[in-house]
Write a protein that binds this ligand. Structure first.
Ligand code: DHB
Ligand code: MG
Length: 236
């Protein structure tokens, strides 16, 4: 009885061929061959993100942190063919692997990979994120339906602020790695924990907001790696 063995069992039982298939395994293998860190989201989290996107009928997704494009593929596959997914990756080498993976997996809709530092891209007054994407029929305001943040943890608070600007009312943001072996709830000693500082700032902001702007939760997970989790934020 281990978390990794349980994850493997669940994948055997619940893998859906449109999402968790040989092409996805080949994409992960390509990432491994390129020496990329083995920190892609677990398959079961990928399918959960797909369920979230499908259940809210998401058409426009923003992702911060592409890595090899595994999570991007899950999210894209959950969208209608005319959907849009923008993903931001700081490392040109990683973006290249992701691009090869999207081509090999025939990811549809095809993701737009923006290569560069996320905050620089997101805040560029002439850049691709200067305005939220256009208003979708029946939606109260323009913006992305869903954002998935899984990039450098020290800037999570700034990513949260940009997501608040770019995600529509009624949209959802998911932040990976929200628990970090429980370190999130333990105050720092003399050294700031860069894995937790940004998220703590986000949780502080949400506490202070007093429920005016967002409804948030965070879920602890065990998995093939360790005790971690994700935060989920609904924009009111
Ligand atoms: C780690 C895991 C992640 O999901 C991530 O985004 C970054 C780092 C890790 O386990 O180190
Ligand atoms: Mg992560």
């Amino acid at each position: 009885r281990t978390a990794a063995g349980t994850e493997a069992y669940l994948v055997r039982k619940l893998a859906h061929h449109e999402y968790t298939n040989a092409a996805l395994d080949a994409a992960q293998a390509r990432a491994d061959e390129e020496g990329m860190p083995r920190i892609a989201i677990p398959k079961m989290l990928g399918q959960m993100l797909a369920i979230l996107a499908k259940s809210m009928r998401a058409e426009r997704v923003l992702e911060i942190g592409t890595l090899a494009g595994i999570s991007t593929h899950y999210l894209a596959t959950a969208l209608p063919a005319h959907g849009q997914i923008d993903t931001i990756e700081a490392s040109p080498a990683h973006a290249k692997v992701a691009q090869a993976n999207f081509l090999a997996m025939d990811t549809c809709p095809f993701p737009t990979t923006h290569v560069g530092k996320a905050l620089k891209l997101l805040r560029d007054p002439a850049g691709p994120f200067k305005d939220p994407p256009g208003t979708m029929e029946g939606m109260p305001e323009p913006g992305y339906d869903l954002a998935f943040v899984d990039a450098n943890k020290d800037e999570y608070f700034e990513y949260f602020q940009e997501c608040l600007r770019l995600v529509r009312k009624g949209g959802v943001m998911v932040f990976d790695n929200a628990i970090r072996n429980g370190r999130i709830a333990v105050p720092d000693g003399t050294k700031v924990d860069p894995d937790c500082s940004g998220l703590r700032k986000m949780y502080d902001w949400i506490e202070k907001d007093g429920g005016k702007t967002v409804l948030a939760s965070a879920i602890q997970t065990v998995g093939d790696k360790s005790w971690d989790g994700f935060a989920i934020v609904y924009k009111l």
